[in-house]
Design a protein around this ligand. Structure first.
Ligand code: ZN
Length: 550
């Protein structure tokens, strides 16, 4: 059973008239022409549907270069003879070939416009090959400020990886770099020096000895994959594996770690089957059985690369050994294994179309951490964990960013997003139904790219309540809704303040320790039968504040 707050919170209601616009950070006018090219579905993008990429590249650790090609198969939706392909400075396209002919192109910063000569008939599938190369941007602070990391392991062997969420996959390979259009399947061929192994996404199909001191690793991803999920990891890897018997049958789990870390990993990665058991319970089957599940050591903290989750948390529990929730529960598991794998359901299965809606990835995945805790340590433990994360909420700007300019919203998409979902669960007030809703999300939007609107509509419908104002409050406004109450002539009055107009979330309160549901509005409601000595509390699982006014 839950516990309820029995004492009145001390709340300092800061006069806060800020709303969703004009907060600190970027304003609408701060975005550039390049941001629009990167972040919007331009007319040079919208007419074609990407079907398959074959990325075929050579990685040269001695001079930090990449060279090779991407063969793009696409379906023509509407006839057009100009195609936008993204590839970021300082990389260069060397040539583009279609039907054996070289095509002309113009560069505009990080965008190439390719002039197609052949007729582009709607319904047809065509392909072209983009050849490129150069020294890609070096990652500054991966995975947040990404690019390519060229590092060495403790034995002096190259240890190389790509990271590109937000920045975009075009930082290291040419593609249609917008999230709305996921490729249906993908071949990733990576040529590296003989003494190294490349691990990418999907299944390893073959390793070809090129007889020139290099080997080519051919990986095949049989499911749709988002661009930033595609990755290379190159190092002196050793591997081990196990078969997890899951909801959809046998799931191959394959682990790649640096040679020196094999023994540690064999013990520490036991969190993987634990994770799969908990998340399949809450969210439904792991979404990529065909492509296996892999955990791959990387020279940075970690990232949700699809079917090859990358790991750099030092074989320690917590987040780099610390508990972000401050409750102790965060030290019961390896944060990176749980969090990054949670993204297989929310980021890789259900993917945002526009990064402004990144809370769909991070809010749900943050919340998944508490569900993992709940699965193993009980409902109270999970609730304590998610509430503990509130200390990380800043309420600096709205969770949703600006659309069509490749802009993320506030970092509150993590902890506040998780607490918003935890609050919604209180409203649902039915654990079985809540689990059905979470599993239904993953089956309804299976392998799709989505908008916040779609998720909102799904949740409103399945909860059976119009949640539009609830989401406006938590996703588009920075204020914490406040349950305000007062006593007038021995009668209790209450209302929502510090909230969006019309906010009317039902809330569970305690009156002299007895729990009761109320439906406050922004106008005062009077409970006539109540006396003024009443002790009023709000269920602490709601992310709201409490204010007693005179
Ligand atoms: Zn995340």
């Amino acid at each position: 059973m839950k516990k309820y707050v029995s004492v009145v919170f001390i709340v300092f209601l800061i006069s806060n008239t800020a709303n969703a616009q004009g907060l600190m950070g970027k304003s609408e006018n701060d975005f550039t022409h390049q941001d629009t090219l990167r972040g919007s579905i331009t007319k040079e993008r919208v007419w074609w549907d990407v079907k398959q990429y074959h990325l075929d590249i050579k990685i040269n650790p001695t001079d930090s270069t990449i060279s090779g090609s991407n063969t793009i198969r696409y379906k023509i939706l509407n006839s057009c003879n100009r195609m936008q392909i993204d590839l970021q400075e300082p990389l260069k396209i060397n040539k583009v070939i279609q039907d054996g002919k070289e095509l002309k192109y113009q560069r505009d910063g990080n965008v190439f416009y390719i002039d197609l000569v052949a007729l582009q008939n709607p319904g047809e599938i065509k392909k072209l090959t983009v050849f490129y190369g150069g020294k890609p941007k070096i990652a500054v602070r991966p995975p947040w400020d990404g690019g390519i990391t060229w590092s060495k392991d403790n034995n002096g062997k190259p240890f190389i990886a790509s990271t590109c969420q937000g920045l975009g996959a075009s930082v290291w390979w040419p593609n249609k770099d917008h999230m709305y259009d996921e490729v249906d399947d993908m071949i990733i061929s990576v040529n590296v020096p003989n003494n190294l192994t490349n691990v990418s996404n999907g299944r390893l199909q073959s390793v070809i000895d090129m007889k020139d001191g290099t080997r080519t690793f051919n990986w095949y991803v049989s499911n749709p994959i988002n661009n930033y999920g595609v990755n290379i990891n190159i190092g002196d890897y050793v591997s081990f594996s196990e078969v997890y018997k899951g909801e959809k049958g046998n799931l191959d789990c394959i682990y790649y770690v640096l040679r020196d870390n094999l023994d540690k990993a064999k013990i520490h990665f036991q969190d993987v089957p634990r994770m799969l058991k908990a998340f399949e319970h809450w969210f439904g089957p792991y979404p990529f059985y065909e492509d296996s599940y892999k955990l791959v050591e990387a020279p940075y903290l970690g990232m949700e690369h699809q079917s090859s989750v990358t790991y750099g948390n030092g074989f320690k529990n917590g987040y780099r050994g610390t508990d972000l929730s401050g409750t102790g529960w965060g030290l019961k598991f390896d944060f990176i294994i749980i969090h990054e794998s949670g993204h297989e359901w929310f980021a890789n299965n259900i993917t945002y179309k526009d990064i402004a809606d990144m809370w769909i990835h991070e809010g749900f995945t943050n919340y998944s951490e508490s569900l993992f805790v709940e699965y193993y340590y009980g409902k109270q433990a999970g609730a304590e964990y998610v509430r503990g994360l509130r200390k990380g909420i800043e309420n600096d700007k709205p969770i949703i960013g600006y659309y069509d300019v490749n802009n993320e919203g506030s970092g509150d998409m993590y902890n506040k997003g998780g607490n918003m979902l935890h609050t919604l669960r209180q409203i649902v007030n039915d654990d079985q139904k809540w689990r059905t809703i979470l599993r239904g999300l993953n089956s309804t939007f299976y392998h799709q790219t989505v908008t916040t609107k779609q998720i909102e509509d799904y949740l409103s419908k399945s909860v059976g309540l119009d949640l539009a104002l609830f989401f406006d409050q938590y996703l588009r406004d920075i204020r914490i809704p406040t349950f305000e109450y007062k006593f007038n002539n021995n009668k209790l009055s209450y209302r929502w303040t510090n909230c969006v107009p019309g906010f009317n979330m039902p809330v569970k309160v305690t009156l002299n320790g007895k729990e009761q549901w109320l439906k406050p509005q922004v106008e005062w409601t009077i409970l006539p039968q109540m006396s003024k000595n009443l002790k009023v509390g709000v269920d602490k699982d709601f992310y709201v504040e409490l204010l007693k006014s005179m």
